[in-house]
Design a protein around this ligand. Sequence first.
Ligand SMILES: [Zn+2]
Length: 253
Amino acid sequence: MEIDVQKTRQYYQFLKKEDLCSCDYCMNFYQKAKSAFPETAKWLDSHGIDIEKPFETLPIEVDRNHVEYISAQYIAFGACEESFELDIGESRISFAHSHPDTGIEEQHFVLEFFPQGMQSSLNFMGSQDDEVFIRHLYNQMKSNSKLGGSFEIVGSSCIFWKLSEQYQVTIEREYLGVDRISGKFPPRNLIHWHPEDEDMYQKICNLGTKGNVTVIYKPFDLSLMLYSGPRDQCKYRRKWLGGRFYYLYAEEG
Ligand SMILES: [Zn+2]
């Protein structure tokens, strides 16, 4: 790993708390990370990284008052081999293979740490669980410039996403539904899923990353998703599909 410590430290000094996700899960992490993971904080700091300013956290709720953080990700400047991995007792630090778009042009990479054992569970005083979940998801979506369409939070815990002229998506906790919009008729539900919290964001990215397609087969009351992902890897061609197939295309631009 050849991290540019000076440049990285400068980045974290200039990074304001307001630039970070403001959902309750992340706020809880910012407040408690340093004392919960002292060795990790020290290691990160020696490389210019501020543990209280993660690029991304992956929280899951174990019960009402406990959130476990599966991992936290940090931007670093310089270069790092993809196999980088370091065990420091309370956590494992490694090169992050998968993360949202950072929007940074200069040479950089993303490190992540996985808390090991008990430390991962931080006390959390939350009451409006679904609201927090949706708020965090919304912030994740907003910081991903590769998602197509436009979306907003409606009510307290629902994201309404207009993906294209023909399709809209409704997101609630444990619910992800796709509707077909057609002129004079009310929107018609094509398919829906009940994703686990930790799978939700990935499903959203599959559906809505610009250039991706999702193919749905809906004979009668049944709905099947045949494919969801990059268009060039999709074996179904739009022109071959008959009337009971739906082809969602997250258009670019
Ligand atoms: Zn958050």
